[in-house]
Write a protein that binds this ligand. Structure first.
Ligand code: PLP
Length: 393
């Protein structure tokens, strides 16, 4: 049997985050759900807002063909327009539905964007630590994934390192703010600095470099602003999803925005559409495009995550851990108590604590603790976190 080895390997290796989650489920069956502290997945614990449920109910009254039929490939015009108008209200922009391509979540937004932008041999720069699926999507698009470590201790983009990494083969730089796995929000100053690095490189090399802004956590912030990237850098493509903000990860709905600030915006949009076609996406889910149209301005319920964040950070600080103060998303980036984060993870796992070792995100020495969990999980896990710290004294 001769299969595609690359695809076989992706299927066989699985994501280590999902493997930890699967271990957690098996372990819960063995020792009881209340005794296992699964901090692995970014699966929102906050329920979808009531407005989402109400919109679904209203949609169910539509004629079945309308409800379940194909939509145009870029999405329902009314939904695309609603998304554009919502962005215009929030960011003072002048987008129309023509700039919005509805997708099957951020995974599809990014896959389509990489496919649209790169040719074989191109390079796409990511800032490590980074969401591990970027590498899969970049490589499947035929490009090489170039990892550039974030600045320490801020975990903001390291502008000098980025300037040094950009070559004539660089087609795009990916940013993710609020950031998974670190929880930082990139400051306006960082973004302006990054924009300058890219503009200088474009001028020096005579190339076009895109900034791909992956923003599924945009609304999940704890009192700080998330600058609107297309207002800072013209060649920005924004990838978004409602998986986190409206707690709809299983429904698979999001969008790509190709702002008209892009000098070749119309061509990029057409290539995104071509990539969606080539990847077989056909259209985003019809029901959920209608739900998004109705709920486009419904706020994310950040209060529960804020409470979890406070509980977790104060508990871990008291137990002696060092972590990056999270400004957004729902992950805490905690320094492992030994340099080998896999060894630290194994010791944590023996106490039924299941964070994700930082090797999954392209660096050593840390773990990611996802706090999109029930409050009780955090409360009940504290003796184990204390015991883990104690075991290193
Ligand atoms: N980008 C980041 C940074 C994420 O954390 C995730 C999911 O966890 C995704 C993209 C993919 O999101 P979606 O579930 O909408 O495909």
């Amino acid at each position: 049997m001769s299969l595609n080895q690359v695809m076989y390997d992706y299927g066989a290796q699985k994501s280590s985050i999902r493997e930890i989650a699967a271990y957690a489920s098996a372990r819960k069956a063995e020792v009881g759900a209340g005794n296992v502290f699964d901090f692995s997945l970014g699966n929102p614990s906050v329920p979808a807002p009531q407005q989402v449920t109400d919109a679904i109910r209203r949609c169910l009254a539509l004629p079945p063909q309308e409800l379940h039929g194909y939509t145009p490939a870029p999405g329902l015009p009314s939904c695309r327009q609603a998304v554009a108008e919502s962005l215009n209200r929030r960011f003072g922009t002048a987008y129309s539905g023509e700039h919005v391509f509805m997708t099957v979540g951020a995974a599809a937004s990014l896959s389509c964007t990489f496919r649209a932008l790169v040719n074989p041999g191109d390079e796409v720069v990511v800032i490590s630590p980074y969401f591990p699926e970027y590498k899969v999507w970049i490589e499947c698009a035929g490009a090489t994934c170039i990892e550039v470590p974030a600045a320490r201790p801020s975990f903001q983009p390291d502008l000098d390192a980025l300037a040094a990494a950009v070559t004539e083969r660089t087609k795009a730089v990916v940013i993710n703010s609020p950031n998974n796995p670190v929880g930082v929000v990139y400051t306006e100053e960082s973004l302006r600095g990054l924009a300058q690095v890219l503009k200088d490189a474009e001028e020096r090399l005579g190339t076009a470099i895109y900034l791909v802004s992956d923003e599924p956590y945009r609304e999940i912030v704890y009192g700080c602003d998330v600058p609107w990237v297309p207002s800072i850098y013209d060649r920005t493509v924004v990838c978004y999803s409602y998986s986190k903000s409206l707690s709809l990860p299983g429904e698979r709905v999001g969008w790509v925005l190709v702002p008209p600030t892009n000098p070749e915006g119309a061509e990029v949009f057409t290539a995104v559409a071509g990539a969606a076609r080539a990847l077989g996406f056909v259209c985003a889910p019809a029901l959920f495009q209608r739900v998004i149209e109705a709920c486009v301005d419904v706020p994310a319920d950040v209060a529960a995550y804020a409470e979890n964040r406070d509980l977790l950070t104060s508990g871990l600080a008291e137990a002696g851990y060092t972590y990056v103060e999270p400004d957004g998303a729902f992950y805490l980036w905690v320094q492992a108590l030994e340099s080998d984060c896999e060894a630290f993870f194994r010791r944590a796992r023996a106490l039924e604590l299941l964070p994700v070792p930082s090797t999954s995100f392209g660096c050593d020495g840390w773990v990611r603790v996802g706090y999109c969990v029930a409050r009780e999980t955090i409360e009940r896990s504290m003796p184990a976190w204390r015991a883990l710290a104690q075991s290193y004294r």
